[in-house]
Design a protein around this ligand. Structure first.
Ligand code: ADP
Ligand code: ADP
Length: 215
């Protein structure tokens, strides 16, 4: 049995990609590459480019491919990815999927598996509106009340995302259906796609994901 090393997680916003990428990172010892995190870090720098990125992501709009792709190339080429990576949030459209293939081929690498986390829209809005991240330990969880603390380390340093509001969610879901959805048949045709029912508990979904990456 082999465990996949170059893993792509896809699925709508709020499906659990970041949650499962974080779990896999711990389990497999290979890095979680989140394009959303890369962009949020760039936005926080406050440079001219950072401010442009912030306006785009806060409104739920994509960052142009020519800005996004170099972030991913730099990461994949970095020594931390020498044993593989878990990509979360990329590719998000067909040109990005084709570029990723080209980039991998040029490096004599390949994507081993694409795991799609499937959830209907009804779950997504609630998950996103309650999404929270601990600023101290990085744990991701669902916040019920504004005074809640991190369930893992009890820190009250809780981070909420500016784009996790109803208006931006609706917009992101629309973009997901029109621009991102075509990457599913693209990977299905390549025989790389495994779909997982992500409506179940985090533990159950993690078990499905683990099963999918062993082949
Ligand atoms: P994505 O990266 O796909 O946008 P996240 O991993 O950030 O999604 O998850 C969105 C929110 O939903 C987080 O608050 C996370 O704790 C929660 N979540 C993820 N998976 C599940 C699940 N299976 N059941 C309940 N809540 C979940
Ligand atoms: P979610 O999983 O909730 O959609 P992410 O953290 O993956 O959130 O992404 C946050 C935002 O960053 C996206 O809504 C989009 O504006 C931008 N973004 C992330 N990845 C990409 C990408 N591959 N191409 C273009 N924009 C991206």
């Amino acid at each position: 049995m082999t465990t996949a090393r170059n893993i792509v997680l896809i699925g709508p916003p709020g499906a659990g990609k970041g949650t499962h990428a974080q779990l896999l990172e711990k389990e497999l010892g290979i890095p979680h590459l989140s394009t959303g995190e890369m962009l949020r870090e760039a936005a926080a720098q406050g440079t001219e480019l950072g401010l442009k990125i912030k306006t785009l992501i806060d409104g739920g709009n994509f960052v142009p491919d020519e800005v996004m792709v170099p972030f991913v190339v730099d990461k994949i080429d970095s020594p931390e990815c020498k044993n593989g990576f878990i990509l979360d949030g990329f590719p998000r459209n067909l040109p990005q999927a084709q570029l990723l293939d080209k980039m991998m081929l040029e490096r004599e690498l390949k994507i081993d598996i694409v795991v799609k986390l499937q959830v209907p829209d009804t779950y997504i809005t609630e998950r996103i509106l309650k999404r929270a991240k601990c600023g101290k330990c990085g744990h991701m969880f669902q916040i019920e009340k504004s005074e809640d603390v991190c369930p893992k380390c009890s820190s009250s340093d809780i981070i909420r995302r500016a784009d996790d509001n109803l208006e931006a969610i609706k917009h992101r879901l629309k973009i997901y259906r029109t621009v991102t959805a075509p990457i599913t048949p693209y990977y299905e045709d390549k025989g790389l796609l495994v779909c997982v029912d992500a409506t179940r508990s985090i533990e159950q979904v993690a078990a499905f994901v683990r099963q999918a990456i062993e082949y």
